[in-house]
Design a protein around this ligand. Structure first.
Ligand SMILES: Cc1ncc(COP(=O)(O)O)c(C=O)c1O
Length: 482
């Protein structure tokens, strides 16, 4: 069959191959908007998502046949679309788990995407892959893991927890693994349960062990749980410690968990998505003693290293466990590296083709060294202690979770009110604080009581904004109780 020659072969459409001048122009336009945006990010409301439904409806459109100029696109994006949001990059963001988003990583992403090399296999870009390996090895050193420990960069903590469970399952259980049981505290992040079910376990096989008054897993409860499961014919294979919990920042007794894991031959995973980078500080090293004994650790650079969203990490003591659980070969792939110095990350992770996420971590650390990260984490610890002491001085405020790292929680406690009324009062208090739009705090329930929590982790949050939060809380209490 002869193919009729299509006109596009002789006259290809070269519109996608931007000229140097066009690239320069577009990047300059983008930079102007980014700089203007970041100059105002601290002054923008902490939360401004009113009208979100109308905006979403307005933005619906059929796929365009014709293009639109970059100027129009950027104007609309920065003026209309971005402002309708929680200002998660601003200093007032002290809800959930902030981070802020250092702009160095955005610059790194631009470069990484512009050069667009293939980093799933070592052969594709050996030097670029090595920079990523350096980052992962630095993380292992921070955590005190042995010198041949390694890991992977993921899109976030959830995916890191997922790969940890898959690695543990393969390492500890037979092919038919449905009797395997995982032990977590009742405060564990829900991504662990989600990961276990994605990894094929019935949800019930995730055993929730009660936490103590600080929110840490009760070791006696863990031992009882394991013993009763063994008795019933289950196969306990994994215990997950939190460092610390999302709810109240509680760090489990990692040394105690390590001992039990060793005695019972369990895989010991630590979910350090929120707290593990505090290992860069002296306080963190004290609170998280025992982390170095784990089999695997989840980290989230997009929290504790202040990166923009999109980067987590899983570290493993024995990299072969990741290979055994994630490696899969195909005829069309080049041979994988035999030398342990040269890593094919597709062999250790669920992903093959992916973004070059190592660069967005490597670049800021290479530019500044690790000291500013350490100093920022230390400052956030001190800010959290400061606000805890200031809140403690207020009438009728009870600190329900003392800070171990940079999460603390409190509530207004009026002696004459029952728990339900008290909870409603505190929900109202949070609403009043949020309405002022200077800060975002979040609410949660701890052991049945509604509490308001601070999580101070954005690199842009400093004393002035925490003072503002305190002022807003005081004013809101007055509004509520007068
Ligand atoms: C303790 C903990 N683990 C896991 C996760 C999930 O991480 P990610 O949102 O990056 O997927 C979070 C997120 O807040 C977390 O706080």
């Amino acid at each position: 069959m002869t193919l009729e020659i299509q006109p596009t072969i002789k006259n290809p459409n070269l519109e996608l191959e931007l000229s140097s001048d066009k690239i320069r122009y577009m990047v300059q336009q983008a930079v102007e908007h980014i700089v203007a945006h970041l100059e105002q990010v601290a002054e923008m409301p902490a939360m401004s998502n009113e009208g979100g439904a109308e905006l979403s409806h307005r933005l619906k459109e059929a796929m365009p046949e014709q293009g639109t100029g970059i100027e129009t696109i950027l104007e609309e994006f920065f003026n209309d679309i971005v402002p309708c949001s929680f200002n998660t990059a601003g200093p007032g963001h002290m809800a959930y788990i902030p981070g802020g988003g250092i702009v160095h990583s955005a610059i790194g992403d631009l470069i990484a995407n512009a050069v667009n090399r293939y980093v799933g296999i070592w052969l594709g870009a050996p030097g670029m892959v090595q920079l990523e390996t350096n980052v992962i090895r630095w993380f292992c050193d921070i955590m005190g893991l042995p010198k041949d420990a390694l890991g992977i960069l993921t899109t976030g903590g959830s995916m890191a927890n997922f790969s940890a469970i898959v690695a543990a399952r393969k390492d500890k259980l037979p092919e038919n693994f449905l009797k395997g049981t995982v032990y977590v505290s009742d405060q564990v992040h829900h991504s662990i349960t989600k990961s276990a079910t994605l990894a094929g376990f019935p949800e019930d096989n995730v055993r929730s062990i009660p936490s103590d008054e600080l929110g840490r897993m009760r070791l006696d409860g863990l031992e009882v749980g394991i013993a009763s499961d063994l008795h019933a014919g289950f196969q306990p294979f994994m215990v997950v410690g939190s460092a610390g919990t999302t709810n109240t920042g509680a760090v489990d007794d990692l040394q105690g968990l390590a001992k039990i894991a060793q005695d019972k031959n369990l895989w010991f995973h630590i979910d350090g998505a929120y707290g593990a980078f505090f290992m860069l500080t002296e306080t963190g090293r004290k609170v998280m003693a025992g982390i170095e004994q784990s089999d695997s650790i989840t980290l989230d650079p997009h929290k504790g290293l202040f990166l923009p969203y999109g980067t987590g990490a899983l570290l493993v003591r024995d990299r072969e466990t990741l290979r055994r659980s994630h490696s899969s070969h195909a005829e069309y792939l080049p041979p994988m590296q035999e030398d342990a110095n040269f890593v094919d990350y597709c062999d250790l992770s669920p992903e093959l083709t992916r973004d070059y996420r190592g660069f967005r971590v490597w670049l800021p650390i290479k530019l500044h060294g690790i000291q500013p990260f350490r100093d920022n984490l230390q400052e956030k610890i001190e800010l959290t202690h400061w606000v805890t002491e200031e809140l403690r001085k207020l009438d009728n405020i009870e600190i329900t979770s003392e800070p171990q790292l940079t999460v603390m929680a409190f509530h207004l406690k009026l002696p004459e009110l029952d728990t339900e009324t008290l909870n409603q009062l505190n929900e109202k208090l949070l609403e009043l604080v949020l309405a002022k739009k200077n800060v975002i705090l979040s609410g949660t329930t701890f052991h049945g009581v509604f509490v308001i929590r601070f999580c101070i982790l954005s690199f842009r949050t400093h004393l002035d904004r925490v003072q503002q939060a305190l002022e807003d809380i005081k004013a809101s209490i007055t509004e509520l109780t007068d």
